[in-house]
Design a protein around this ligand. Sequence first.
Ligand code: ATP
Ligand code: MG
Length: 494
Amino acid sequence: MVDQHTTDGRRTAGRDFDVDLDDVLEDDSDGDGLFDDLLSGEPIFENKEVLRPSYTPHELPHRTDQINDMATILVSALRGDTPSNILIYGKTGTGKTASAKFVSQELEKTSKKFDVPCEVEYINCEVTDTQYRVLAQLANTFIEQNKAFIDERVESLQDLADRAREDEWVLDNPDLDRDFETLEDVENEIESLLEEKSEMEDVPMTGWPTDRVYSTFFDAVDYVERVAVIMLDEIDKLVEKSGDDTLYNLSRMNSELQNSRVSIIGISNDLKFTDFLDPRVKSSLGEEEIVFPPYDANQLRDILQHRSDTSFKPDALSDDVIPLCAAFAAQEHGDARRALDLLRTAGELAERDQADLVTEEHVRRAQDKIELDRVVEVVRTLPTQSKLVLYAITLLEKNGVRNINTGEVFNIYKRLCDEIDADVLTQRRVTDLISELDMLGIVNAVVVSKGRYGRTKEINLSVPIDETEAVLETDSRLGDIENVAPFVQARFEN
Ligand SMILES: Nc1ncnc2c1ncn2[C@@H]1O[C@H](COP(=O)(O)OP(=O)(O)OP(=O)(O)O)[C@@H](O)[C@H]1O
Ligand SMILES: [Mg+2]
């Protein structure tokens, strides 16, 4: 079988004959197959991809000011000047990445149109999180471009050489060429270009000294005249993991580059990272600052409305769905990602119910589901010691204890540690771990005064107990603990 392209560009396995889906469904005389019900239900979605985080929207309502600010700064790149460095910050889900990507696409489009050499390199520092990797990735991108540039140049020189071989006059005619006097000159130039190309060596993903990676990157950017805009998304992750060396090196490059210019756009949802920067880096990176404020409920409504027009079938949403999603997400510090997740999940729940209308009820269930997914993820990734503390709290609650105090948690915790041969932390450390669980929203710990007995913490689980317990027990070490009832019994004896 051969691959064929359907009209919408997807690849499908080629078939020898056409099958009409409706015929197959109608022809199903053996009763309903596994997928029949699902397929025959009127689908809720027109195009679910539009609601996924990976989709870059072409229009970003309520971000016009920020987008215009970025464009005003970056337009100097199209005039061949160096744009100021930009620091973009705002809470999670406020459209920083989406806006920056949108602006860089527009910038590259315009630079192609007017044939000005300007390139934007996007790096997600959560993934590419060391100086070595950032510089290597940039070096290899520019090396790739330089090779393509050489290929193009060689091709046109070969063409010139071919014509000159037929007619020497081609090189004498100043209208056709001004750079070469003889055919030999052209051939020499081709040869030296090809040699340069063969010397361009990609940076391996590990192994070189950082100096060498840096100088390879430097030479690669400077190989031709251009303005390179380097976009470092989640820049705080880079600084957290490997300090500010990368930023220091990038920000002082311009004084040494001969042909090209570099400008940096840093994006972060945590402004505190600038406290860890060298003052020179801090002032250079923050030449321009653009703030992305959280969206309010009305703005989220517009954003959802916009995206739902292309993602849902007409009339698939009942009137209160979008306002409710917007209201929920506005409570979560105006996070558009959360709003879109809610809307998509609500749609999926409706689809699963085989309903033809997404309702308020679906949104509420979606809110619970997303919240539960978050809790499961947080609990699953806790360090073992925190899991033990949390496990102790769930065991106490399961046995009907409310307003648990730190001492009670500590007693059960100690027994659990004994059982699995884990180190026992001090009560002071366990108290800290409880505070961390409080900050993560897993437990609620309030300090209450007990009169002359001093103050104590009252701890309650703030997440669903059965799910929490189930996630904890998927940890192989905790799963080994058998018959936990005696531990809790012991608490009453204490
Ligand atoms: N104004 C907007 N219009 C349409 N969609 C938006 C808008 N703002 C954000 N979004 C969408 O919301 C989601 C989150 O946005 P984005 O990834 O840009 O957030 P962010 O500010 O980069 O967050 P983080 O700090 O977590 O990286 C994306 O799916 C994005 O397409
Ligand atoms: Mg982002």
